[in-house]
Write a protein that binds this ligand. Structure first.
Ligand SMILES: C[S@@+](CC[C@H](N)C(=O)[O-])C[C@H]1O[C@@H](n2cnc3c(N)ncnc32)[C@H](O)[C@@H]1O
Length: 267
C-alpha cells in the first residue's frame, strides 16, 4: 500500500476551516465548463472524490444528476452535509457523501463521470499517489464514461514561485460568522526542482470567540502535476483524451495557458 508523506489534512485541523474555505473559494466557472461538457446528457451518475464542502457537486445535483462525493475531512463533509440538508428533498436524495481517503480506499464503481476539480491533485504528496487516483477513476467509470481533471498549468521544472523562502500568509486565513479568527502561514522548507516536489511548514492559529487559541504546525509536501504527466497517466490507464482546455471558459490549451483541463473518455 502507498504510504502518504502527508500525515495532516489541513481542512480537518479545526471545524471553522471549512467555513473559511467556502468564503475563499467562491468561483463556479468550473461548474459551468463541466455543464457545457456534459451537454444535454443525463441524468448521469457522477463521482466527485475530494468533494470538500460540495461546491461542485451541489449545483450538478440541481441539474438532475446523481452525485456521490467522498472526502477525507470530517469538517469539510459536515459542512457539505449541512448545506445539503437545506436543499429541497428531491435534490438531497440525489446526493450521497461519505468519508474516505482517495489513496488508501477503493473508489465506488458504476459512474458516467468522475470529476477531479479544483486543483485536487495538489492535496497529494507524490506523483505515485496522483497516478493511483487516475487508476481508481478508470475503475469507477463505465466504458464510454468521462473524466474531468482540472489543474493549474506548470510544465518543466518546479516553478520559482514554489521555491521561494520566507514566511507567507496562506490558506486558511479569515474570520468566521461567530467571530472566530483563523490565521495561517506557510514557508517552503525544501524543494526538488527536477522532481517538482516542495515541502512547506504550515502553521494555523485559531482564536475562538472566548479568546482561547488552538495552534497547529505541520509539514505538507506537494507535487504540482504537469499537463504531460496527466496526459500520460490518462493514456496509460484506459482513457482517450478528447480535449484539453487552457482555462475554464473553454479556450483550447496552449503553452501559455493558465490551466490544463482534461476531458477524457474511458475506453
Ligand atoms: C481544495 S479542496 C477541494 C474541494 C472541492 N473539490 C472544490 O473544488 O471545492 C480539497 C479537498 O480534498 C480533500 N482531501 C485531501 N486529501 C485527501 C485524501 N487523501 N483523500 C480524500 N480527500 C482528500 C480535503 O479534505 C479537501 O476537502
Amino acid at each position: 500500500m502507498l504510504m502518504s508523506y502527508n500525515k495532516t489534512n489541513m481542512y480537518d485541523l479545526e471545524p471553522h476551516i471549512a467555513e473559511i474555505y467556502d468564503q475563499v473559494e467562491t468561483y463556479s466557472d468550473d461548474v459551468e465548463l463541466i455543464r457545457k461538457l456534459i451537454g444535454g446528457r443525463g441524468p448521469l451518475r457522477i463521482l466527485e472524490p475530494f468533494c470538500g464542502t460540495g461546491r461542485i457537486l451541489i449545483p450538478l445535483a440541481f441539474d438532475g444528476h446523481e452525485l456521490v462525493g467522498f472526502d477525507q475531512s470530517k469538517g469539510m463533509l459536515n459542512r457539505a452535509r449541512t448545506k445539503v440538508k437545506q436543499l429541497p428533498e428531491q435534490i438531497q436524495s440525489r446526493i450521497n457523501l461519505y468519508e474516505a481517503d482517495v489513496v488508501k480506499d477503493k473508489w465506488p464503481i458504476g459512474f458516467d463521470l468522475v470529476v477531479l476539480g479544483g486543483n485536487c491533485f495538489y492535496e497529494l504528496a507524490t506523483p505515485e499517489e496522483q497516478e493511483k487516483c487516475m487508476i481508481s477513476a478508470a475503475t469507477s467509470l463505465h466504458s464510454g464514461g468521462h473524466i474531468y481533471v482540472d489543474n493549474d498549468h506548470m510544465e518543466g521544472e518546479l516553478d520559482k514561485s514554489w521555491q521561494r523562502s520566507g514566511v507567507n500568509q496562506g490558506f486558511p486565513t479569515g474570520t468566521c460568522s461567530d467571530s472566530t479568527r483563523v490565521e495561517s502561514t506557510m514557508e517552503t522548507i525544501w524543494s526538488d526542482v527536477a522532481l517538482r516536489l516542495a515541502r512547506f511548514r504550515r502553521c494555523t492559529r485559531v482564536t475562538l470567540p472566548d479568546g482561547s487559541i488552538i495552534e497547529n504546525e505541520y509539514i505538507q509536501q506537494k507535487h504540482p502535476v504537469s499537463k504531460v504527466e496527466v496526459q500520460t497517466w490518462l493514456e496509460s490507464h484506459g482513457f482517450t483524451v478528447k480535449q484539453v482546455y487552457g482555462d475554464r471558459t473553454g479556450n483550447l490549451y496552449n503553452k501559455e495557458s493558465p490551466r490544463a483541463i482534461f476531458w477524457a473518455e474511458k475506453k
